[in-house]
Design a protein around this ligand. Structure first.
Ligand SMILES: [Zn+2]
Length: 176
């Protein structure tokens, strides 16, 4: 679970989380809450979560004011209840200069930014050097796959002998 910022509990009496604890930011900013806020609960039940997120994205791109308002609300909730605390805790421990959000949060980053900024402005005013820059990833759904691929590639290039040599399989000879 190292590095799983969304699963650093932020509320002593928060909702249970599938990760085994409770009060995780994931329970406040997760898929279910975003779909609920956007009124896509039923859609998600019948079509599945990924389809519901795609539908939310489609509505946002189409300028649906209801979807836009729902995400703006989610941005404030994100900044107020979850990310603010988690990000500042992590920044306080690691002195991170930058925190990059991925997944759908990155896709909708600019819509979330007003809420985030509104909630971080106080700390930024008091301790400008302490607050991390919050950015949004650009690799979308492939981010994890690309990272894993690069990690494996780097390990291979660092030590090419780490790859076991497998003898070629014997060639079957046709029966006379
Ligand atoms: Zn959790």
């Amino acid at each position: 679970m190292a590095g799983e910022i969304a699963h650093l509990p932020i509320a002593l009496d928060g909702p249970n989380c599938p990760c085994g604890t409770w009060g995780c930011p994931a329970r406040y900013i997760g898929r279910q809450l975003r779909l609920h806020t956007a009124g896509l609960d039923r859609f998600a039940e019948t079509e599945g979560g990924e389809a519901a997120l795609a539908e939310l994205d489609r509505r946002l791109r189409a300028g649906d004011t209801g979807a836009d308002a729902a995400l703006e609300t989610a941005g404030h909730a994100l900044g107020a209840a979850a990310l603010r605390v988690a990000a500042l805790r992590v920044a306080g421990v690691t002195d991170a200069g930058e925190i990059t959000l991925g997944g759908h949060l990155a896709t909708w980053g600019e819509r979330l930014r007003p809420g985030l900024d509104a909630r971080l402005v106080g700390r930024r005013a008091l301790a400008p050097a302490m607050h991390p820059l919050i950015t949004f990833g650009v690799l979308g759904a492939e981010a994890t796959l690309r990272g894993a691929s690069q990690t494996c590639r780097d390990a291979l290039l660092d030590d090419p002998t780490s790859v076991p040599i497998v003898p070629p399989a014997p060639v079957a000879t046709p029966l006379p």
